[in-house]
Design a protein around this ligand. Structure first.
Ligand code: SAM
Length: 316
Protein backbone atom coordinates (compact mmCIF):
# COMPACT_ATOMS: atom_id res chain seq x y z
CA UNK A 1 0.00 0.00 0.00
CA UNK A 2 1.17 3.55 -0.79
CA UNK A 3 2.64 5.41 2.21
CA UNK A 4 0.51 8.47 2.92
CA UNK A 5 2.14 11.90 2.67
CA UNK A 6 2.24 13.98 5.89
CA UNK A 7 -0.51 16.35 4.73
CA UNK A 8 -2.84 13.43 4.01
CA UNK A 9 -3.06 12.38 7.66
CA UNK A 10 -3.45 15.92 8.98
CA UNK A 11 -6.87 17.11 10.02
CA UNK A 12 -8.32 19.79 7.71
CA UNK A 13 -9.03 22.87 9.84
CA UNK A 14 -12.65 24.03 9.73
CA UNK A 15 -13.80 27.62 9.05
CA UNK A 16 -10.15 28.63 9.04
CA UNK A 17 -10.39 32.19 7.71
CA UNK A 18 -13.46 33.00 9.82
CA UNK A 19 -11.61 31.88 12.96
CA UNK A 20 -8.65 34.12 12.13
CA UNK A 21 -10.96 37.06 11.42
CA UNK A 22 -12.63 36.78 14.85
CA UNK A 23 -9.66 35.66 16.93
CA UNK A 24 -6.71 37.88 16.02
CA UNK A 25 -7.02 41.51 17.05
CA UNK A 26 -3.37 42.16 17.90
CA UNK A 27 -0.63 40.60 15.81
CA UNK A 28 1.87 40.79 18.64
CA UNK A 29 -0.46 39.22 21.23
CA UNK A 30 -0.30 35.91 23.07
CA UNK A 31 -2.85 33.36 21.89
CA UNK A 32 -3.87 29.87 22.99
CA UNK A 33 -4.94 27.06 20.68
CA UNK A 34 -6.39 24.83 23.39
CA UNK A 35 -7.05 21.88 21.04
CA UNK A 36 -4.12 22.17 18.66
CA UNK A 37 -4.56 18.69 17.10
CA UNK A 38 -2.39 18.36 14.00
CA UNK A 39 -1.86 22.10 13.91
CA UNK A 40 -4.03 23.38 11.04
CA UNK A 41 -5.52 26.38 12.83
CA UNK A 42 -2.26 26.87 14.71
CA UNK A 43 -0.21 27.18 11.52
CA UNK A 44 -2.55 29.84 10.17
CA UNK A 45 -2.55 31.74 13.50
CA UNK A 46 1.27 31.69 13.58
CA UNK A 47 1.44 33.02 10.01
CA UNK A 48 -0.88 35.87 11.02
CA UNK A 49 1.16 36.93 14.08
CA UNK A 50 4.22 39.16 13.81
CA UNK A 51 7.65 38.40 15.33
CA UNK A 52 6.43 39.41 18.81
CA UNK A 53 3.28 37.31 18.76
CA UNK A 54 3.18 33.93 20.53
CA UNK A 55 1.03 30.82 20.50
CA UNK A 56 0.52 28.29 23.27
CA UNK A 57 -0.68 24.95 21.87
CA UNK A 58 -2.43 22.41 24.10
CA UNK A 59 -3.73 18.91 23.36
CA UNK A 60 -4.54 15.79 25.34
CA UNK A 61 -3.35 13.61 22.48
CA UNK A 62 0.39 13.04 22.44
CA UNK A 63 0.48 11.68 18.86
CA UNK A 64 -1.31 14.74 17.45
CA UNK A 65 0.88 17.05 19.49
CA UNK A 66 4.02 15.42 18.00
CA UNK A 67 2.70 16.06 14.49
CA UNK A 68 2.03 19.70 15.40
CA UNK A 69 5.51 20.08 16.88
CA UNK A 70 7.12 18.83 13.67
CA UNK A 71 4.82 20.76 11.39
CA UNK A 72 5.33 24.03 13.26
CA UNK A 73 9.05 23.65 13.94
CA UNK A 74 9.89 26.48 11.55
CA UNK A 75 8.15 28.97 13.88
CA UNK A 76 10.76 28.29 16.59
CA UNK A 77 10.09 29.92 19.97
CA UNK A 78 6.93 31.62 18.70
CA UNK A 79 5.05 28.47 19.66
CA UNK A 80 5.15 26.33 22.79
CA UNK A 81 3.36 23.00 23.35
CA UNK A 82 1.68 21.37 26.33
CA UNK A 83 0.46 17.79 26.55
CA UNK A 84 -2.42 18.52 28.92
CA UNK A 85 -6.13 19.13 29.08
CA UNK A 86 -7.22 22.68 28.39
CA UNK A 87 -8.80 22.75 31.84
CA UNK A 88 -5.21 23.14 33.06
CA UNK A 89 -4.88 26.52 31.33
CA UNK A 90 -4.53 28.47 34.63
CA UNK A 91 -1.54 26.29 35.69
CA UNK A 92 0.04 26.57 32.23
CA UNK A 93 -0.21 30.37 32.28
CA UNK A 94 1.20 30.43 35.81
CA UNK A 95 4.14 28.29 34.73
CA UNK A 96 4.82 30.76 31.90
CA UNK A 97 4.37 33.73 34.29
CA UNK A 98 1.56 35.08 32.13
CA UNK A 99 -1.40 36.95 33.56
CA UNK A 100 -3.65 37.00 30.55
CA UNK A 101 -3.99 36.14 26.87
CA UNK A 102 -5.31 37.97 23.83
CA UNK A 103 -7.29 35.09 22.40
CA UNK A 104 -8.36 31.50 22.90
CA UNK A 105 -9.47 28.92 20.35
CA UNK A 106 -11.37 25.76 21.28
CA UNK A 107 -11.99 23.42 18.32
CA UNK A 108 -13.96 20.70 20.07
CA UNK A 109 -14.33 16.96 19.64
CA UNK A 110 -11.95 14.73 17.77
CA UNK A 111 -9.85 15.22 14.66
CA UNK A 112 -10.10 13.22 11.46
CA UNK A 113 -6.53 12.10 12.18
CA UNK A 114 -7.83 10.37 15.33
CA UNK A 115 -11.04 9.12 13.69
CA UNK A 116 -9.24 7.49 10.79
CA UNK A 117 -6.80 5.50 12.93
CA UNK A 118 -8.50 2.13 13.50
CA UNK A 119 -6.35 1.40 16.55
CA UNK A 120 -7.76 4.43 18.40
CA UNK A 121 -11.23 2.85 18.37
CA UNK A 122 -13.22 6.03 17.60
CA UNK A 123 -14.86 4.82 14.41
CA UNK A 124 -17.68 2.32 13.99
CA UNK A 125 -16.66 1.81 10.38
CA UNK A 126 -13.13 0.61 11.19
CA UNK A 127 -12.36 -2.51 13.19
CA UNK A 128 -10.31 -1.61 16.24
CA UNK A 129 -10.10 -2.02 20.01
CA UNK A 130 -12.75 -0.26 22.12
CA UNK A 131 -10.53 2.62 23.20
CA UNK A 132 -11.63 6.22 22.34
CA UNK A 133 -9.22 7.95 24.77
CA UNK A 134 -7.88 11.33 23.61
CA UNK A 135 -5.10 10.95 26.16
CA UNK A 136 -3.72 7.44 25.98
CA UNK A 137 -2.22 7.80 29.44
CA UNK A 138 -5.73 7.87 30.96
CA UNK A 139 -6.88 4.64 32.59
CA UNK A 140 -10.53 4.61 31.53
CA UNK A 141 -11.27 3.61 27.94
CA UNK A 142 -14.47 2.60 26.13
CA UNK A 143 -13.62 -1.00 27.01
CA UNK A 144 -14.19 -0.33 30.72
CA UNK A 145 -17.35 1.69 30.07
CA UNK A 146 -18.96 -0.88 27.76
CA UNK A 147 -17.98 -3.91 29.84
CA UNK A 148 -18.16 -2.44 33.32
CA UNK A 149 -20.95 0.14 33.64
CA UNK A 150 -24.31 -1.10 34.97
CA UNK A 151 -27.38 -0.99 32.72
CA UNK A 152 -28.83 2.26 34.14
CA UNK A 153 -25.58 4.16 33.71
CA UNK A 154 -25.11 3.00 30.12
CA UNK A 155 -28.69 3.93 29.29
CA UNK A 156 -28.21 7.40 30.79
CA UNK A 157 -25.02 7.99 28.79
CA UNK A 158 -26.66 7.01 25.49
CA UNK A 159 -29.67 9.19 26.31
CA UNK A 160 -27.86 12.25 27.71
CA UNK A 161 -24.73 12.30 25.54
CA UNK A 162 -26.12 10.70 22.38
CA UNK A 163 -29.75 11.89 22.53
CA UNK A 164 -30.47 8.32 21.36
CA UNK A 165 -34.05 7.09 21.48
CA UNK A 166 -33.10 3.39 21.67
CA UNK A 167 -30.87 4.00 24.73
CA UNK A 168 -32.59 1.44 26.89
CA UNK A 169 -32.61 -1.32 24.27
CA UNK A 170 -28.97 -0.72 23.34
CA UNK A 171 -27.86 -0.76 27.00
CA UNK A 172 -29.83 -3.95 27.56
CA UNK A 173 -28.30 -5.66 24.51
CA UNK A 174 -24.79 -4.72 25.70
CA UNK A 175 -25.45 -6.14 29.16
CA UNK A 176 -26.87 -9.41 27.70
CA UNK A 177 -24.01 -9.88 25.25
CA UNK A 178 -21.20 -9.17 27.71
CA UNK A 179 -22.53 -11.93 30.01
CA UNK A 180 -21.57 -14.37 27.24
CA UNK A 181 -18.36 -12.70 26.04
CA UNK A 182 -16.43 -9.52 26.83
CA UNK A 183 -17.03 -6.88 24.12
CA UNK A 184 -13.52 -6.09 22.87
CA UNK A 185 -13.83 -4.32 19.53
CA UNK A 186 -15.69 -1.57 17.71
CA UNK A 187 -16.96 -4.26 15.29
CA UNK A 188 -18.49 -6.33 18.12
CA UNK A 189 -20.23 -3.26 19.52
CA UNK A 190 -21.46 -2.27 16.06
CA UNK A 191 -22.89 -5.80 15.51
CA UNK A 192 -24.74 -5.64 18.85
CA UNK A 193 -26.27 -2.26 18.02
CA UNK A 194 -27.26 -3.39 14.53
CA UNK A 195 -28.85 -6.57 15.93
CA UNK A 196 -31.49 -4.63 17.88
CA UNK A 197 -32.46 -2.16 15.13
CA UNK A 198 -35.60 -3.22 13.25
CA UNK A 199 -34.82 -1.29 10.08
CA UNK A 200 -31.67 -0.08 8.40
CA UNK A 201 -33.09 3.45 8.18
CA UNK A 202 -31.58 4.85 11.35
CA UNK A 203 -28.53 2.63 11.46
CA UNK A 204 -25.83 5.20 10.70
CA UNK A 205 -27.39 7.84 12.93
CA UNK A 206 -27.77 5.41 15.84
CA UNK A 207 -24.21 4.16 15.48
CA UNK A 208 -22.88 7.73 15.37
CA UNK A 209 -24.90 8.71 18.43
CA UNK A 210 -23.81 5.71 20.52
CA UNK A 211 -20.14 6.12 19.57
CA UNK A 212 -20.35 9.87 20.27
CA UNK A 213 -21.91 9.22 23.68
CA UNK A 214 -19.17 6.76 24.64
CA UNK A 215 -16.44 9.15 23.49
CA UNK A 216 -17.95 11.99 25.55
CA UNK A 217 -18.09 9.74 28.64
CA UNK A 218 -14.56 8.33 28.22
CA UNK A 219 -13.04 11.80 27.86
CA UNK A 220 -15.39 13.64 30.28
CA UNK A 221 -15.86 16.08 27.41
CA UNK A 222 -18.84 18.11 28.61
CA UNK A 223 -17.54 18.42 32.16
CA UNK A 224 -14.21 19.67 30.78
CA UNK A 225 -15.89 22.02 28.33
CA UNK A 226 -17.77 23.71 31.19
CA UNK A 227 -14.54 24.20 33.15
CA UNK A 228 -12.55 25.09 30.02
CA UNK A 229 -14.97 27.89 29.09
CA UNK A 230 -14.93 29.21 32.62
CA UNK A 231 -11.12 29.21 32.92
CA UNK A 232 -10.58 30.36 29.35
CA UNK A 233 -12.82 33.42 29.62
CA UNK A 234 -11.24 34.34 32.96
CA UNK A 235 -7.79 34.22 31.35
CA UNK A 236 -8.69 36.70 28.59
CA UNK A 237 -7.29 40.22 28.75
CA UNK A 238 -9.72 43.14 28.26
CA UNK A 239 -10.81 43.00 24.59
CA UNK A 240 -9.40 39.49 24.34
CA UNK A 241 -11.46 37.06 22.28
CA UNK A 242 -12.70 33.51 22.55
CA UNK A 243 -13.68 31.40 19.52
CA UNK A 244 -15.36 28.02 19.92
CA UNK A 245 -16.01 25.52 17.14
CA UNK A 246 -18.53 22.86 18.14
CA UNK A 247 -19.85 19.87 16.23
CA UNK A 248 -23.02 18.75 18.02
CA UNK A 249 -25.94 20.37 19.80
CA UNK A 250 -24.85 19.48 23.35
CA UNK A 251 -21.56 21.33 22.98
CA UNK A 252 -23.09 24.24 21.08
CA UNK A 253 -25.82 24.68 23.69
CA UNK A 254 -23.26 24.93 26.49
CA UNK A 255 -21.24 27.54 24.62
CA UNK A 256 -24.31 29.55 23.68
CA UNK A 257 -25.69 29.53 27.25
CA UNK A 258 -22.36 30.50 28.79
CA UNK A 259 -21.85 33.38 26.33
CA UNK A 260 -25.45 34.58 26.83
CA UNK A 261 -25.15 34.49 30.60
CA UNK A 262 -21.92 36.52 30.65
CA UNK A 263 -23.23 38.95 28.03
CA UNK A 264 -26.35 39.54 30.12
CA UNK A 265 -24.52 39.95 33.41
CA UNK A 266 -27.61 40.02 35.59
CA UNK A 267 -28.99 36.60 36.52
CA UNK A 268 -32.09 37.81 38.39
CA UNK A 269 -35.29 35.97 37.43
CA UNK A 270 -37.24 37.74 34.66
CA UNK A 271 -39.82 40.12 36.09
CA UNK A 272 -37.68 41.50 38.95
CA UNK A 273 -38.17 45.29 38.87
CA UNK A 274 -34.53 46.00 39.81
CA UNK A 275 -31.37 43.92 39.70
CA UNK A 276 -30.53 42.33 43.04
CA UNK A 277 -27.79 39.93 41.93
CA UNK A 278 -25.25 42.63 41.06
CA UNK A 279 -23.97 40.60 38.09
CA UNK A 280 -21.94 42.62 35.55
CA UNK A 281 -21.63 42.03 31.80
CA UNK A 282 -18.25 40.55 31.00
CA UNK A 283 -18.63 39.42 27.38
CA UNK A 284 -19.84 40.93 24.14
CA UNK A 285 -21.13 38.32 21.70
CA UNK A 286 -19.64 38.79 18.21
CA UNK A 287 -21.70 36.12 16.43
CA UNK A 288 -25.39 36.66 17.10
CA UNK A 289 -26.02 33.46 15.14
CA UNK A 290 -23.31 30.82 14.91
CA UNK A 291 -21.18 30.91 11.78
CA UNK A 292 -21.46 27.79 9.61
CA UNK A 293 -19.44 26.55 6.65
CA UNK A 294 -20.16 27.43 3.02
CA UNK A 295 -21.23 24.59 0.70
CA UNK A 296 -17.85 24.73 -1.05
CA UNK A 297 -16.05 24.00 2.24
CA UNK A 298 -18.45 21.17 3.09
CA UNK A 299 -17.83 19.53 -0.30
CA UNK A 300 -14.10 19.63 0.32
CA UNK A 301 -14.30 18.72 4.01
CA UNK A 302 -17.52 16.93 5.12
CA UNK A 303 -16.58 17.37 8.81
CA UNK A 304 -17.37 21.07 8.33
CA UNK A 305 -21.07 20.24 7.80
CA UNK A 306 -21.94 20.21 11.50
CA UNK A 307 -19.50 22.93 12.60
CA UNK A 308 -20.76 26.00 14.46
CA UNK A 309 -18.44 28.85 15.30
CA UNK A 310 -19.28 31.22 18.16
CA UNK A 311 -17.04 34.14 19.13
CA UNK A 312 -17.13 36.67 21.95
CA UNK A 313 -15.01 39.51 23.35
CA UNK A 314 -14.18 40.18 26.98
CA UNK A 315 -15.38 43.61 28.04
CA UNK A 316 -14.07 43.96 31.59
C1 SAM B 1 -11.14 18.98 16.13
S1 SAM B 1 -9.58 18.54 16.77
C2 SAM B 1 -8.65 20.01 16.59
C3 SAM B 1 -8.04 20.16 15.26
C4 SAM B 1 -7.13 21.37 15.10
N1 SAM B 1 -7.85 22.60 15.23
C5 SAM B 1 -6.40 21.35 13.78
O1 SAM B 1 -6.54 22.28 12.98
O2 SAM B 1 -5.68 20.38 13.54
C6 SAM B 1 -9.84 18.47 18.48
C7 SAM B 1 -8.61 18.16 19.31
O3 SAM B 1 -8.92 18.45 20.66
C8 SAM B 1 -8.25 17.55 21.50
N2 SAM B 1 -8.93 17.60 22.79
C9 SAM B 1 -10.16 17.19 23.11
N3 SAM B 1 -10.46 17.48 24.39
C10 SAM B 1 -9.38 18.13 24.89
C11 SAM B 1 -9.07 18.70 26.16
N4 SAM B 1 -9.94 18.67 27.18
N5 SAM B 1 -7.88 19.30 26.31
C12 SAM B 1 -6.98 19.36 25.28
N6 SAM B 1 -7.21 18.81 24.08
C13 SAM B 1 -8.40 18.21 23.88
C14 SAM B 1 -8.33 16.25 20.75
O4 SAM B 1 -7.32 15.36 21.17
C15 SAM B 1 -8.15 16.70 19.29
O5 SAM B 1 -6.81 16.62 18.91
Amino acid sequence: MRKLKDEEVWHKPVLLERVIEFLITDKSGIYVDATIGTGGHAERILRELNENGKLIGIDKDEDSLKISEQRLRRFGKKVIFFHQSYIQLPEILKRLSLESIKGLLLDLGLSSYQLEKAERGFSYSLKGPLDMRFDQKEVKSALQVVNGYPFERLKKIFRDYGEERYSSRIAQAIVQNRKVKKIDTTKELKDIIQSILRTKNDEIKTLSRVFQALRIEVNTELIELKEGLENGIKALAANGRICVLSYHSLEDRMVKEKFNMLARGCVCPPGYPVCVCGGKKSLMILTRKPITAEVSEIIENPKARSAKLRAAEKIV
